[in-house]
Design a binder for this molecule. Structure first.
Ligand code: FES
Ligand code: FES
Length: 168
């Protein structure tokens, strides 16, 4: 048995050491909010936090995560689903199918923590490389900026990672 600290609790699992963290979270711990998209660290749908940093869990062997490191999934981002990003997501109706959105929110939450209230549209464009097949990029950007309180004129920016959206 190995242990991981997930969403503030020590959780035991018996996965093989090279099993990606994603599958331990989903299949052993029942945390299915973290999604499988590409499996090769490209799409970001599997993003979780490890000690506050965004990590693509599909390529992270579970044995590489120490029991003392804090893993946070979308289920642990806030107690009642009331993180500023989650509120903004609801207010702006950001998701379409929703599949990529937990990864988007986790990537955005880490960025918000890093930049705090200095976050700009350019920061979002540079940092959020997650892929959305539904093309919600503009609303994702708007949601992030709304969550950090950027004025509405800055929210009306287009083409967040539009090239990735076209390729996805
Ligand atoms: S499933 Fe991990 S980056 Fe796509
Ligand atoms: S909302 Fe459908 S893949 Fe992003």
């Amino acid at each position: 048995m190995a242990t991981l600290n997930v969403n503030g609790k020590s959780r035991a699992h018996d996965a093989e050491p090279d099993t990606p963290l994603l599958w331990v979270l989903r299949e052993q711990l029942g945390l299915t909010g973290t999604k499988y998209g590409c499996g090769v660290a490209q799409c970001g749908s599997c993003t979780v936090h490890i000690d506050g940093a965004p990590v693509r869990s599909c390529v992270m062997p579970c044995s590489a995560v120490q029991p003392s490191q804090k893993v946070v999934t979308i289920e642990g981002l806030s107690v009642k689903g009331d993180h500023p990003l989650q509120k903004a997501w609801v207010a702006l109706d950001v998701p379409q199918c929703g599949y990529c959105q937990s990864g988007m929110i986790m990537a955005a939450a880490a960025l918000m923590k890093e930049k705090r209230n200095k976050l700009t549209a350019a920061d979002v464009d540079a940092a959020i490389s997650n892929i959305c097949r539904c093309g919600t990029y503009n609303r994702v950007r708007a949601g992030i900026l709304q969550a950090v309180g950027v004025q509405s004129k800055d929210i009306q920016v287009t083409h967040l990672n539009a090239d990735q959206g076209a390729a996805a």
